[in-house]
Design a protein around this ligand. Structure first.
Ligand code: 3SL
Ligand code: MG
Length: 235
């Protein structure tokens, strides 16, 4: 299986993802939110690009939905939840549809339309995402959401972790960037220690969200792998 990496939502090219398996990563924090919400029993997550689209969708049946997401890492006015995975408890999300709009993560997911399978992953479900990708037995592109169209250390090292898990499952042919991500991970397996260098880590820390950072760095504590298909994310 060939494995490649795209470094930000702004770098996705249709021909690179077409008919491939894609794993989308925004470990800080959108794909950690989605994985947690799905594992905690929500019906679906609907990723949308804009606040207006999200508001319009929930207007008629407000109680069916949880509106979640962020702009500049902060909760959006009129929304129920911000983009903290710890808010998406089973008590809150069970049986609900979550409408999510975030700066980079939801854009990365929607940007991969055209891929054969679009898996959602983070550190917290990395091993299961690798197993699922191996089962799909198709060339793999790991799409990093990145931060404001720039390379992001956090998503890159998470890619390295998933590649490491994938190597236990099947033979892989890594592109140069995938080899680099794996090398970085093997030399920095303490994710929490390493992502301190990421600019987005500093932003989340400034907001006092230390618990989010610790949670998002945990390895493979969840075994579900959400998949985006026809506008919805489900198991
Ligand atoms: O950019 C995104 O999609 C978010 O995950 C960023 S934040 O961590 O919520 O600020
Ligand atoms: Mg991010």
């Amino acid at each position: 299986m060939k494995v490649d990496i795209i470094i930000s939502a702004g770098d996705i090219k249709e021909k690179k993802v077409l008919d491939k398996t894609v794993i989308v990563i925004d470990m800080l924090r959108a794909t950690s939110v989605i994985t947690t919400a799905v594992a905690n029993g929500c019906n679906e997550v609907i990723p949308l690009l804009t606040i207006d689209e999200a508001m319009d969708l929930v207007r008629e049946e407000r109680s069916r939905y949880i509106l979640g997401g962020e702009r500049k890492a902060l909760k959006i006015e009129g929304f129920d939840c911000s983009n903290s995975p710890l808010e998406y408890t089973s008590q809150l999300v069970k049986g609900k549809s979550i409408v999510l709009t975030t700066t980079n993560g939801t854009r990365a997911i929607k940007g991969c339309e055209g891929a054969r399978n679009i898996l959602i992953a983070a550190m917290i479900n990395g091993a299961s995402a690798a197993i699922k990708a191996a089962e799909l037995n198709n060339d793999l592109v790991i799409v990093n959401a990145g931060t404001y169209d720039e390379f992001s250390i956090d998503d890159f090292i998470c890619s390295g972790y998933i590649i490491d898990c994938l190597k236990d499952q099947c033979d892989v042919l890594l592109s140069d960037i995938a080899t680099t991500a794996h090398y970085i991970y093997k030399n920095n397996e303490d994710i929490f220690g390493f992502i301190k260098f990421a600019s987005h880590y500093k932003r989340i820390e400034e907001l006092g969200l230390q618990e989010d950072l610790e949670y998002c760095c945990r390895k493979s504590i969840i075994d579900v792998v959400p998949e985006y298909k026809d506008g919805n994310i489900r198991i």
